[in-house]
Write a protein that binds this ligand. Sequence first.
Ligand SMILES: [Zn+2]
Length: 118
Amino acid sequence: MSNGPYGQIACRCGTVSLLVCGSPLGCGRDVGDEPVTFWPLDAIQVGGGADELAISPDGRGGDSWVCGRCDERLLYAHDEAGLAVLVGDPEDAGDTASALTLALQRRLEALGYRVLPR
Ligand SMILES: [Zn+2]
């Protein structure tokens, strides 16, 4: 990987990879208390395995992006809010400026996420 502004996320089997650009909007916890980071949806690009990427509604107003081979969920996309939710801590959590508006925070909380204060 380069030292550029892109981070790469791959599923367990390595088929699907996503490129993440820029910085997260904030951090939180999902319904299962796993750490998640919130990103602008347009910061996410499919880096590889687009053919195997299965995008399906998750029943909570978002789409689940799942690898069709290993069934690992890579992210939740909330189109309407323009947000992507990635599982895991950001590598550069120290640089995470909370750029979530109150409206977006409320929306995430309505979806079951907990937004962590800075
Ligand atoms: Zn996979």
